[in-house]
Design a protein around this ligand. Structure first.
Ligand code: NDP
Length: 451
């Protein structure tokens, strides 16, 4: 990067930080994009004149609201509700809802910003948005979760719709929560539309939507591995998380011949040196989705496995790491452990799980490394396919959806290669994903005028 471009990046970031103080995750996500995009923008001065980046980092709208609800003992609680409608240049706002105690405006804005680029990469007409609450479903009864979802949707419903904003699940929002949210939306609006995605299979949900993020990440990883003449066959894979993305990433990696040896949650991780089987993954799905238990219970069922309280899995030797839990879960020290343990491919299932210092280390070692906005885009892409099926009042078979998903992931990989291949042949997936995602949104914004 030349000095002029560096100065542009630094003054852009200084202004962003001054205007959005304390929003560290948002600053991190924007810096990563601006550093990739700046050299590209310099070559197209009309994008500078049009202040496209300045417009892209300012959400079109942020909705902040009160969510009051009553627990099973009759006690009243109040949580914060958010919806960040980031960018609608290429389609209605689209992005998940996160229920987790850590949720704040910075996390909502970073996710909505990332989502804009990710949705553009999918090739489907979807803008970027994200929402959520600092409510945690963990330890709550089904009735408490239902009352919370109903209160949340009572406000949110006036801001969303099938052609306006289409939310989906994310951390803490799975099939149960989407059901309660949709039920309340339908009751108040008196209309049955595909306004939420990730719906139940018997009421408008697309086949393969639950699997799509994890499966899509594995399809993307297959293409990454193929650039080095490799495949999942016989590789050792570390997976973090044990929720939706982790479960299906593990399932697909295992079916493609890999040995998946870890799962985690926010309390610790389990290491099973014998690797996952269909039966073990079914156990984890039941444990997390039905019994809503903790991953440490895995070792009661499979005593050859070990549980490590308060630790992340990155110290276990492996070929491939797939972080599928949350943001900033691979810090520099974790990345050093991965490198020391022989890891040479990192495919993100979660959003921004790797810190900038850790990414720099992976890239300096010329490892295969893909950012979530590229490799986890299969989830939102299949949400887009769910919207299409709802609009045309049809349902595709899983084979049809899987074929679309596969094609979309390969197209995203090809776009990363096109825009991210450096002079020495190394594929910089961060640069590739950011530029490819940016071009479409930027052109749409220019063509639509100053709105
Ligand atoms: P789930 O709620 O199903 O699972 C989240 C998992 O991550 C759980 O195992 C959870 O453990 C763990 N986790 C959450 N917070 C932390 C933390 N602070 N430290 C350690 N572990 C944590 O969510 P998803 O699987 O849907 O989402 C996982 C990631 O994938 C997120 O980054 C999400 O944004 C991203 N993503 C999800 C998509 C989807 O389709 N669902 C699409 C694209 C990206 P615990 O049980 O202890 O909370």
């Amino acid at each position: 990067m030349d000095n002029f471009t560096k100065k542009y990046v630094e003054s852009f970031m200084a202004e962003l930080i001054a205007k959005n103080p304390g929003e560290k995750e948002f600053h991190q996500a924007v810096r990563e994009v601006v550093e990739s995009i700046a050299p590209y923008i310099m070559a197209y001065p009309h994008l500078l004149d049009q202040k496209i980046m300045e417009r892209m980092v300012e959400p079109e709208r942020v909705i902040l609201f009160r969510v009051p609800w009553v627990d099973d003992k009759g006690e009243i609680h109040v949580n914060k509700g958010y919806r960040v409608q980031m960018n609608s240049a290429i389609g209605p706002y689209k992005g998940g809802i996160r229920f987790h105690s850590s949720v704040n405006l910075s996390i909502m804005k970073f996710l909505a910003f990332e989502q804009t680029f990710k949705n553009s990469l999918t090739t489907l007409p979807m803008g970027g948005g994200k929402g959520g609450s600092d409510f945690s479903p963990r330890g709550k009864s089904d009735n408490e979760v239902m009352r919370f979802c109903q209160s949340f949707m009572t406000e949110l419903q006036r801001h969303i719709g099938p052609d306006t904003d289409v939310p989906a699940g994310d951390i803490g929002v799975g099939g149960r929560e989407v059901g309660y949210l949709f039920g309340q939306y339908k009751r108040i609006r008196d209309e049955w539309t595909g306004t939420l995605t990730g719906k139940g299979q018997c009421w408008g949900g697309s086949l393969l939507r639950p699997e799509a993020t994890g499966y899509g990440a594995c399809y993307f990883a297959q293409d990454m591995l193929a650039t080095r003449g490799e495949s999942f066959e016989g590789k050792t894979v570390l997976i973090s998380g044990s929720g939706n993305v982790a479960q299906y990433a593990a399932e697909k990696a295992m079916r493609l011949g890999a040995k998946v040896v870890t799962f985690s949650d926010s309390n610790g991780f389990v290491y099973d040196p014998e690797g996952m089987t269909e039966e073990k993954i079914a156990f984890v799905k039941n444990l997390k989705n039905v019994r809503r238990g903790r991953i440490k219970e895995y070792v009661n069922q499979y005593p050859q496995a070990q549980y490590f309280e308060g630790q992340r899995p990155w110290g276990i030797p492996c070929d491939i790491a797939m972080p599928c839990a949350t943001q900033n879960e691979i810090e520099l020290a974790d990345a050093e452990k991965l490198v020391a343990g022989g890891c040479w491919c990192v495919t993100e299932g979660a959003n921004m799980p790797t810190t900038p210092e850790a990414i720099a280390l992976f890239q300096s070692k010329k490892m295969l490394y893909s950012p979530g906005k590229a490799s986890n885009a299969g989830g939102v892409a299949t949400s887009g396919l769910e919207m299409t099926q709802n609009s045309i009042r049809q349902r595709w078979t899983s084979e049809e959806v899987d074929q679309h998903l596969h094609t979309i992931m390969s197209d995203i990989h090809a776009a990363c290669v096109k825009y991210g291949t450096e002079e020495d042949g190394y594929i910089n997936y961060v640069k590739g994903a950011n530029i490819a995602g940016f071009i479409k949104v930027a052109n749409a914004m220019v063509e639509q005028g100053l709105v």
